[in-house]
Every structure is written in structure tokens, then in C-alpha cells.
Ligand binder design. Structure first.
Ligand SMILES: Cc1cc2nc3c(=O)[nH]c(=O)nc-3n(C[C@H](O)[C@H](O)[C@H](O)COP(=O)(O)OP(=O)(O)OC[C@H]3O[C@@H](n4cnc5c(N)ncnc54)[C@H](O)[C@@H]3O)c2cc1C
Length: 422
């Protein structure tokens, strides 16, 4: 492992939650840090998400019960899941590897690893939001899984058992108790699970931008440009950018979210098995004052509705597709119809519909560590559904590995060598 030292120069590629968190953790340890991103901080996937920071997110999508759900999913029976057969043919290796992790042993390893990362990140987010002056953007009211039928609630038993095993605080609510928490929801839900160990924010992009401003106050730099080429020059790296300049670095951190796969392929001919769980969002103004106190997940219809500064943000479940395929709004339109049954939504706001990709590796764990065969290049990528919440823990883990410090959480489940070889 190529150890980093105080005073050395690090260039971080990508200013999403993960890149900015890595930069902050490194700057706090005395390294000289430059972050580059053509869009600026928090403008891509880290902007469009549902803003949930929840211990319940330790459940990966590829859990052992996925096998019994698979026939229904493939037949398009679940509104929270769509896929493009053509794109999946092109990504069949990733698809098979993803499914091969839907078994007990892998599930135990992943849930244990994600639980540690989520808990550590939650503590850091709390401290960082205070330090960055955005604590008022966080709500500590938990979030709600809503069930339209008893059968739906029963089908969530495995998930609830898993959360209980990890000591995640939850409460099952009847319709009256749900009404007390969220009085504006229509009475169409028979049960709800209140995940109390959860927070949410009213603008994920603003949190990233506040962290980026804090980074600059600490002496870091953020540059609006795109990395086009990485080259090893004897002991260090040179990074060519789209504005024609070249940056020198002792270490490079790649935190490119869903763009990581193509970048690794282009620069090093490395094949990263990354799938793209695409998701959409759309905003609504509240109608007749009907709003929410916390994000809600309608488990039957597969969408999340979350109160944001822009209005109520509707986010969809998963569309497995190529990252760059054109948007297909049918899933978002269906989610809107279902959400209107649950809450009196007003007009769509002027914010455009948004599409992003959750970058997912076959074992649903991110990759954090040095890139095999590329000394001084470090990876922080593959955060699937939870990169907004787990950015800070990732940044801290990466910085500890780079500086050879003891790590707060076990780093081995996240090692890049799981899927990348020299
Ligand atoms: C619909 C939806 C809902 C979600 N809800 C949640 C949630 O509630 N909670 C949660 O924790 N997570 C959620 N997620 C997941 C979360 O948003 C992602 O895991 C997370 O944002 C990934 O962060 P990142 O920094 O890795 O990637 P990004 O935020 O995508 O950042 C990568 C950056 O790399 C930049 N880049 C690309 N190419 C280059 C280049 N050549 N040079 C320099 N920069 C480059 C891009 O411009 C981008 O800004 C959701 C995702 C979706 C799609």
C-alpha cells in the first residue's frame, strides 16, 4: 500500500457526497486537497436523492428472499422495479454476480459491513452538519415504511427481523398511530413501520455544498473542471483536465459515483462490475397545506415521498438500465399516480424531472481502498442506495487507510481486490 503523508498533494475526482467527504477527511489530516468536478459540488446523484440517513438501509436489495420475489420482478409486477432486457443482456455478468450474492453468507457479511459504515457515518454527519452550519437542515424524526395491506406488511417480516437483529429502533403503527405522526396521509395504509433510527435532510445537494464550503475554509480547493486523463510520472500522478490545465498529485482519489466504471475502463482498462439502479425524481407543491413531517416509503407502490426545500420530492424505485440510456418516465408517472392516492399533492413545481443512477457493485458494498495495480490511486465508489448517508464514513475510512492509521470500522469488506485485479 502506498502510504500518504501530511503535506502531500491529493486530487479528488468527483465532488459528490463521497468525494467531498474524502477531501474533508484528508484535509483534516493535513493533506493538500483539490477536488475537481465539471458540475461543482453536490450537483449529480448526491443532489437528486431522497435525503434519508437511516440505519434500516443496511438491507441490500440482493437479500436471500430476492429469489422468491424474482419471478414477479421479472414479469414487471412490482412498480418499484423496472428493467431494460436489452441493457441487462449487455450487463449479464454484473446481473449474475449481483444475484449470486443473494444468499445467507454474503447477506450476513454485507449487512454487518453496511451497519458499521452507516452508524459511523451517522455520527460524522451529525458533527459535520454542526461544523458546516447546516444542522437545521436535518430532521431526526425517522422515516416510515407504509403498507397498504396486511399481506404487504407480512411480506416485510424478513426485513423487520434483520433490523431487530441489528438493534435498529422501529415501531409498528396502526392507522391511528400513523395518523398521529402524519395527519395528512390518506387513510389507505393498514400498517406502517416507523424506523426511528433515521434522519433526513431537506436538501441533500445543499448539505454537500455546505461541506464543500467548509472544506474551502479549512484550506482545500474545489475546481470546476473534468478530469480527462491520468498519467503516472515517476513518483507522482498528473491529471489533465478539460480546461487544458494539468494538476500534479502524490495521490488521486476516484469518487466518480456512476461515472467510475467508464473512467476506470478508459484510464486503466480495468473492468469494474458496476450496475446502474436508475431512479427519478419530481417535485410537487403541497395542496391545501397537506405535507409530511418525514420521508415515507410506500412499499406497495415503490416510491419515496420526502419533504424538501423544493417541495415534496417524489423519488422512484429501481430501473436497471444503461447509465446513459434516455429517460423513461413511465415509472415516475406511475409513482405520481400512486402518490396522489396517498397525499393531496399540488402542482408539479418548475424544477425539471431528474434522473440519476445508483452505482451498485455485485455485493452491494462500496469499494474503499487503493486501486490494484495503480499505486497512489484510491477508490471510493459503488455506494448504491446509500451514498448520501455513508459518504462521511467512507471518507474517514479512506483517509485512515491512506495514512496507515488504525481504521474505525473493518475495512476488509470494502477492499477493491474483491472485484479488481492488477
Ligand atoms: C432516486 C435516488 C434516491 C436515493 N436516495 C438516497 C437516500 O435517501 N439516501 C442515501 O444515502 N442515498 C440515496 N441515494 C444514493 C445516493 O444518491 C448515491 O449513492 C450517492 O449520491 C453517490 O455519491 P457519489 O459522490 O459517489 O456520486 P455523485 O454524487 O454522482 O458524484 C460523482 C461526481 O463525479 C463527477 N464526475 C464525473 N466524471 C468526472 C470527471 N471525469 N472528472 C471529475 N468529476 C467527474 C460528477 O459530475 C459527479 O458530481 C439515492 C439515489 C437515487 C438515484
Amino acid at each position: 500500500m502506498t502510504q500518504a503523508r501530511r503535506g502531500q498533494q491529493v486530487v479528488v475526482l468527483g465532488a459528490g457526497m463521497v468525494g467531498i467527504a474524502c477531501a474533508l477527511s484528508l484535509r483534516q489530516r493535513g493533506l493538500e486537497v483539490i477536488v475537481i468536478d465539471p458540475l461543482g459540488p453536490g450537483a449529480a446523484t448526491s443532489h437528486g436523492n431522497a435525503g434519508v440517513l437511516a440505519r434500516s438501509s443496511l438491507m441490500p436489495f440482493n437479500h436471500p428472499r430476492l429469489w422468491s420475489q424474482l419471478p414477479g420482478l421479472l414479469r414487471g409486477r412490482s412498480p418499484g422495479f423496472r428493467y431494460s432486457p436489452l441493457a441487462m443482456l449487455g450487463q449479464w455478468r454484473w446481473g449474475l454476480a449481483f444475484l449470486s450474492h443473494a444468499r445467507e453468507q454474503a447477506f450476513r457479511e454485507t449487512t454487518t459491513a453496511l451497519d458499521a459504515l452507516i452508524r459511523h457515518s451517522g455520527e460524522l454527519h451529525r458533527r459535520w452538519m454542526d461544523a458546516a452550519g447546516v444542522a437545521q437542515r436535518r430532521r431526526d424524526e425517522g422515516w416510515l415504511f407504509l403498507y397498504r395491506s396486511e399481506a404487504g406488511y407480512e411480506s416485510g417480516a424478513f426485513g423487520r427481523e434483520t433490523l431487530a437483529r441489528f438493534g435498529v429502533a422501529t415501531a409498528t403503527l396502526d392507522p391511528h398511530e400513523l395518523h398521529d405522526l402524519e395527519p395528512h396521509l390518506q387513510p389507505i395504509f393498514r400498517k406502517a413501520l416507523w424506523v426511528k433510527d433515521a434522519s433526513s435532510v431537506d436538501s441533500p445537494g445543499e448539505i454537500v455544498r455546505a461541506y464543500a464550503r467548509w472544506l474551502v475554509e479549512l484550506g482545500g480547493q474545489v475546481v470546476t473542471s473534468e478530469a480527462t486523463r491520468l498519467r503516472r510520472d515517476s513518483e507522482d500522478w498528473s491529471i489533465s483536465t478539460s480546461d487544458g490545465s494539468t494538476l500534479r498529485a502524490d495521490h488521486v482519489v476516484l469518487a466518480l459515483g456512476p461515472w467510475s466504471r467508464d473512467f476506470l475502463q478508459q484510464q486503466f482498462s480495468l473492468k469494474l462490475p458496476m450496475g446502474f439502479e436508475r431512479g427519478y425524481h419530481r417535485h410537487f407543491s403541497p395542496a391545501q397545506g397537506a405535507t409530511l413531517n418525514r420521508p415515507v416509503y410506500d412499499t406497495t407502490a415503490g416510491y419515496v415521498l420526502a419533504p424538501m426545500v423544493q417541495g415534496l420530492r417524489l423519488t422512484t424505485g429501481v430501473e436497471l438500465n444503461a447509465q446513459q440510456a434516455p429517460p423513461r418516465l413511465a415509472q415516475l408517472d406511475a409513482a405520481e399516480r400512486a402518490a396522489r392516492e396517498a397525499l393531496a399533492l399540488g402542482e408539479r413545481t418548475a424544477e425539471p424531472d431528474w434522473l440519476g443512477s445508483r452505482p451498485t457493485l455485485p455485493d452491494s458494498r462500496p469499494m474503499v481502498g487503493e486501486c490494484p495495480g495503480q499505486p497512489g490511486v484510491w477508490l471510493a465508489l459503488g455506494h448504491q442506495h446509500i451514498g448520501f448517508s455513508t459518504g462521511p464514513g467512507t471518507g474517514e475510512l479512506l483517509a485512515q487507510l491512506m495514512l496507515g492509521e488504525p481504521t474505525t470500522i473493518d475495512s476488509s469488506p470494502f477492499r477493491p481486490g474483491r472485484f479488481l485485479r492488477d
